[in-house]
Design a protein around this ligand. Structure first.
Ligand code: AHM
Ligand code: MG
Length: 322
């Protein structure tokens, strides 16, 4: 694996072990390029704004949420390897091929509230193996994130970035529009052991557990790992917040709150993929009571409290809420 390689060359050796795996990653990438182009033209193409209904989670669906979900499912469903897709936008898993061997979880367009303001949004994905043959059912998704074969996200920002792991390191690629390919520029990327950023919706602080509130006070003190107050950075787009912290070092928190006792973020297609990317880069991901990748989901849209980022900052957090 080397800098400058395209997606296929970069992952070829690792994906060869699992039939159909690369076809899924390649299809996600092709659809992401299509969506990125659409997003750049969104203001003229009548795809900004609300679709005028709510999803299964009671959240307002944006037109781009729908477009991303439909295109991803159309293209994934055409692959024989894909048995089923669990999407944030669909109440139940969409079942495709009973001979398929792979399950895909996705948040087709994360950060919807930032669509209209041109702040990075993205697609998060997780690919899991099936553990049985024959007719596929939604319960097959209820397995821990430690079983993920691959995870990652596409970030639709000024550039189209892909962060991906297939269980052998985390890699960062950027789409080169001239070459029409994703090119690797950070192979086996590492999250700095510590940084100076904490990211949280601090407006909810008074609703958070007491230990988290004490940690947030600590972040503002000179007792931190840097000996100075940390900087608060939060844009409310998980991919953007995670990506910045991954590169610079930092900790992202979405704790439980009085109104959302399990936090807001969903295990299968938000937390577990981010946790795998972080762990593969030397970072840590925690629910407040255990490793994110060990949680066995009970429902496909299950939420978990989520803490992810630099290893030493996570250890520091654990002294407050462990
Ligand atoms: P979405 O999937 O409906 O877009 O919601 C997920 C987003 C994340 O990207 C982000 O981390 C979080 O919601 C922000 O939530 P809040 O506005 O409560 O801070
Ligand atoms: Mg989301």
């Amino acid at each position: 694996m080397m800098k400058g390689q395209d997606l296929h060359a970069l992952l070829a050796e690792d994906v060869a072990k699992v039939e159909g795996l690369f076809s899924v990653i390649e299809t996600l990438a092709g659809t992401a390029v299509e969506l990125w182009h659409k997003i750049q033209r969104a203001p003229f193409a009548d795809i900004l704004g609300s679709a005028q209904h709510t999803n299964v989670q009671g959240e307002e669906v944006q037109k781009l949420d729908e477009l991303a979900n439909d295109r991803m499912k159309e293209r994934l469903g055409a692959l024989p390897a894909v048995a089923a897709v669990a999407s944030e936008e669909d109440e139940t898993a969409v079942l495709f091929h009973s001979n398929g061997t792979l399950l895909v979880c996705m948040d087709p367009l994360d950060g919807s509230s930032n669509i209209d303001v041109n702040i990075p949004i993205g697609t998060i994905f997780s690919i899991r193996p099936r553990r049985q043959e024959g007719p596929v059912s939604e319960t097959e998704f209820l397995r821990p994130g430690s079983e993920q074969l691959a995870a990652g996200y596409f970030m639709y920002g000024a550039a189209l970035t892909l962060m991906v792991t297939v269980g052998n390191g985390t890699h960062i690629l950027t789409y080169d529009p001239d070459a029409g390919r994703f090119i690797a520029h950070a192979v086996n990327a590492r999250i700095p052991e510590k940084g100076k950023i904490y990211s949280v919706n601090e407006g909810n602080a008074l609703q958070m557990p007491e230990g988290v509130q004490r940690y947030l006070q600590h972040c503002k003190s000179s007792e931190t790992l840097t000996g100075k107050p940390y900087s608060l950075r939060y844009i409310g787009s998980l991919i953007g917040d995670f990506h910045r912290n991954f590169l610079k070092g930092g900790l992202f928190l979405y704790p439980p709150t009085a109104s959302a006792p399990q936090g807001k973020l969903r295990l299968l297609y938000e937390c577990a993929p981010m946790a795998m990317l972080a762990e593969q880069a030397g970072g840590k991901a925690w629910t407040g009571s255990g490793r994110v990748l060990d949680v066995v989901p009970e429902r496909i849209h299950q939420r978990v409290p989520f803490y992810v980022g630099s290893a030493r900052m996570m250890d520091e957090l654990k002294t407050f809420i462990g």
